[in-house]
Each structure stands twice: as structure tokens, then as C-alpha cells.
Design a protein around this ligand. Structure first.
Ligand SMILES: Cc1cc2nc3c(=O)[nH]c(=O)nc-3n(C[C@H](O)[C@H](O)[C@H](O)COP(=O)(O)OP(=O)(O)OC[C@H]3O[C@@H](n4cnc5c(N)ncnc54)[C@H](O)[C@@H]3O)c2cc1C
Length: 357
């Protein structure tokens, strides 16, 4: 007897099949439409990890991973826009500051979508966004290099570093306002659809009650650093979709055999990655996590390359799912990259046995 899937897994599959996958090539070229965001909001998936008391599902981490894999496999751009939301939700869930009562409910219930602008904190000791005390609130100056979901998000969680070397996270409305100016949407090799901009901050002022987290930089970084060492479920989603495509090539036993072999590798690397992600101490087994993440990237690149090869010249058509998955996979190689992840990945590529003569 098989157990039925978690209701949010069932909803993710329905959203993927009915909304995301059928228009993935068009969305890739034209941008994530507001209608897809409305569908994501209605699905309940924005509250997958949020506390039940605030309208969320507080689902196990395995469910959050599986739903992420399903969405990313259907349309990586839509997955990426909505994945930003989960950091603000978890930040509020762990916060005891007043903004929790104002925003956690609407975010957990999917009434509002949040973006996040915090990757720049990882450039420390360089400080791309500086926060200073001013008029009983906080003043933000500097540049956010990447901000996804512009025009789709309702609010954003913005991070900078204070004069006392604290990481400070505060919410503001996701719109142009005094002291906050977006660049035009970036044209990228992949994920242009995610409506990513950079933000110029020039005296943006936010009140004390907008602050969701304030922590010594090193304390924040100690919990942030290990997170990026885990394999992303999105990598498994893109891999699985590329393998489905490969498997669907009619009358080509080689394509099917390659899909079978790579699917076995995908299952193995996913099992390993899930076991590491479920390990109770996130700061332990870092080298193993990095090796597993790199293996996940290797299997993904093999799968997306195989899908392109199997499609021949037609794979170059912008309407072809093979080229879209290949470009989405390229993006996932650098998403959330830290110095440690970069070192591990480059090191592994430099020691590829198959390339030696
Ligand atoms: C399309 C897109 C959308 C994004 N959207 C968001 C968003 O909405 N919110 C958000 O917060 N972030 C977002 N990001 C940021 C994303 O997570 C970053 O790409 C990732 O963290 C890497 O940052 P970077 O490339 O800007 O950093 P970089 O500083 O260029 O480098 C990445 C890492 O490698 C290290 N490094 C760089 N060069 C060297 C070197 N020569 N030697 C040793 N180490 C080095 C750096 O210290 C850093 O840790 C987005 C990125 C992309 C591509």
C-alpha cells in the first residue's frame, strides 16, 4: 500500500501540470506573469514551512524540498521568484520583533509575496549595503546587486551591515520610493523571466518596527554559511525534467538507455543529499555536503546536455524545452554560490578523470 502524498505535494504537482509546465517556454522568453504568481499564492505553497498558528502548513523539510523540486522542474523562473519568499517567512518565524505580528500571517497565507535582498551580506568584509542609525530608525546606502521578482513581490526583506558590524534585516514595500531605485530588468543568459534588477540605495529610511533581525555579523554568517553547502532541490527538478524529455524521444533506444542510467544516478545523489540535509547538525559534514552538491551539478549537466544532444538542431529553437532546461541548469550552478561552494565546484572540475589523456 502506498501512502498518499502530502497535500502540498499534490498541490505542487497540480500547479506544475496545469499552470507552470504548459507555458514554461513562453514564460522563459516573456517573463513570469502576475497570473502565475496569483496561482502560486492560492496554492498554499508560500506557507509550506510557516507556523500553523499564522496560517502556514509547518510541513516537514522533506515536503518543502519535494515541492521545490516539482516547481523548479516545471518552470525554474517561477520557482525562483517564489523561493525568495521562504527566507522572509523563516526570518519572521524566528523573530520576536513587532514586524512578525504584522507580516507573518499575510506571508504564511499567501496573501502577500516577499522578495529578499541579502546575498550581498556574503561579500563581507566588503559592505555593499551599509546601515546607519538615523532619526530613530535605520538608513540604507549602497547597492544590492541582485533582487528578483521586481514588479511581482509585494514586500522585500532588505539586509545590510551596521557600524557595529551587525547584520540587519528589515522589511519595506517592493516599489520605487525615496532612497530606493531599481535598475531596468536585467537581460541574462537564463532566468531573465525572474524580473531581476539591482537596487541603488541612497538614504532609504526604514523605521525601527520594520526590523526583523539584528545580529552580530559573525553569528548570522555562522548559520548562513553551511546552508549553501547543501544541494538545491531545484537541481534535482531540472535534472528530472531533462530526463523525462530524453525518455520521450520516440524510437531511440540509446536516448532511453542514457535516461535510465542517469535516472539511477539522480536517485542515488538525491538520496545522499536528502540524508545530509536531514542531518541534525547543519555545520557538520561540510566536505561531504559540498561533494554531494557538486555530484548533483554533474548529473544535472549530463542530463540537460543529453536532452540537447538528443534533440539535435531543434534544441536550439527558443521554443525547445531542452535549451531552456540547459540554461536554467547553468543558472543553478551559480545560484547562492559562496566562496566555499565555488572552490569545491572548481576543484572538482579541475580533477575530472575523464578529461585526462
Ligand atoms: C539571476 C539572479 C537572481 C538573483 N536574485 C537574488 C535575490 O533576489 N536576492 C538575493 O539576495 N540574491 C540574489 N541573487 C544572488 C545570488 O545568490 C548570488 O549569485 C550568489 O550568492 C553569488 O553572488 P555573486 O555572484 O554576486 O558573488 P561574487 O562576489 O561574484 O562571488 C560569489 C562567491 O565567490 C567568491 N569569490 C568571487 N570571486 C572569487 C575569487 N576570485 N576567489 C575566491 N573567491 C571568490 C565570493 O566571495 C562569493 O562568496 C541572484 C543571482 C542571480 C544570478
Amino acid at each position: 500500500m502506498t501512502t498518499p502524498p502530502h497535500p502540498l505535494v499534490a498541490r505542487a504537482r497540480k500547479l506544475a501540470a496545469e499552470v507552470l509546465a504548459p507555458q514554461a517556454e513562453r514564460v522563459d522568453q516573456e517573463g513570469v506573469p502576475a497570473s502565475s504568481i496569483e496561482a502560486v499564492k492560492r496554492s498554499g505553497l508560500l506557507g509550506v514551512s510557516a507556523p500553523v498558528a499564522y496560517g502556514g502548513a509547518a510541513a516537514p523539510a522533506s515536503v518543502a524540498r519535494e515541492t521545490a523540486e516539482i516547481l523548479a522542474g516545471a518552470c525554474c523562473s517561477t520557482w525562483f521568484v517564489q523561493t525568495q519568499h521562504h527566507t522572509p517567512v523563516m526570518t519572521l518565524a524566528g523573530s520576536e520583533l513587532p514586524v512578525r505580528e504584522r507580516l507573518l500571517g499575510p506571508l504564511a497565507k499567501g496573501e502577500m509575496l516577499s522578495g529578499v535582498a541579502y546575498a550581498q551580506l556574503r561579500a563581507h568584509p566588503r559592505i555593499p549595503v551599509r546601515v546607519t542609525r538615523e532619526r530613530g530608525g535605520w538608513r540604507f546606502d549602497g547597492t544590492v546587486p541582485w533582487y528578483t521578482g521586481w514588479g511581482l513581490n509585494d514586500v522585500m526583506l532588505l539586509a545590510g551591515v551596521t557600524d557595529a558590524d551587525e547584520a540587519l534585516f528589515a522589511f519595506t514595500e517592493a516599489r520605487e520610493q525615496p532612497g530606493l531605485r531599481p535598475s531596468p530588468p536585467m537581460r541574462l543568459a537564463a532566468l531573465t523571466a525572474s524580473r531581476t534588477v539591482s537596487l541603488e540605495l541612497d538614504g532609504l529610511w526604514l523605521p525601527d518596527d520594520a526590523v526583523a533581525l539584528r545580529s552580530p555579523y559573525e553569528t548570522w554568517a555562522a548559520t548562513d554559511r553551511p546552508k549553501s553547502t547543501n544541494a538545491s532541490p531545484a537541481v534535482f527538478g531540472v535534472t528530472a525534467s531533462a530526463l523525462d524529455l530524453l525518455d520521450s524521444v520516440d524510437g531511440d533506444p540509446t536516448a532511453k538507455e542514457t535516461a535510465r542510467v542517469l535516472r539511477a544516478r539522480l536517485d542515488e545523489v538525491r538520496r545522499q543529499a536528502n540524508a545530509l540535509a536531514d542531518h541534525p547538525v547543519p555545520t557538520e559534514r561540510i566536505e561531504e555536503r559540498l561533494a554531494s552538491k557538486t555530484r548533483a551539478h554533474d548529473v544535472m549537466r549530463a542530463a540537460t546536455t543529453a536532452a540537447v544532444v538528443a534533440g539535435g538542431g531543434r534544441s536550439m529553437d527558443l521554443g525547445s524545452p531542452a535549451q531552456r532546461l540547459d540554461r536554467e541548469g547553468m543558472f543553478l550552478l551559480v545560484q547562492g554560490q559562496t566562496a566555499e561552494v565555488r572552490r569545491a565546484h572548481l576543484g572538482s572540475l579541475g580533477s575530472l578523470g575523464s578529461l585526462s589523456s
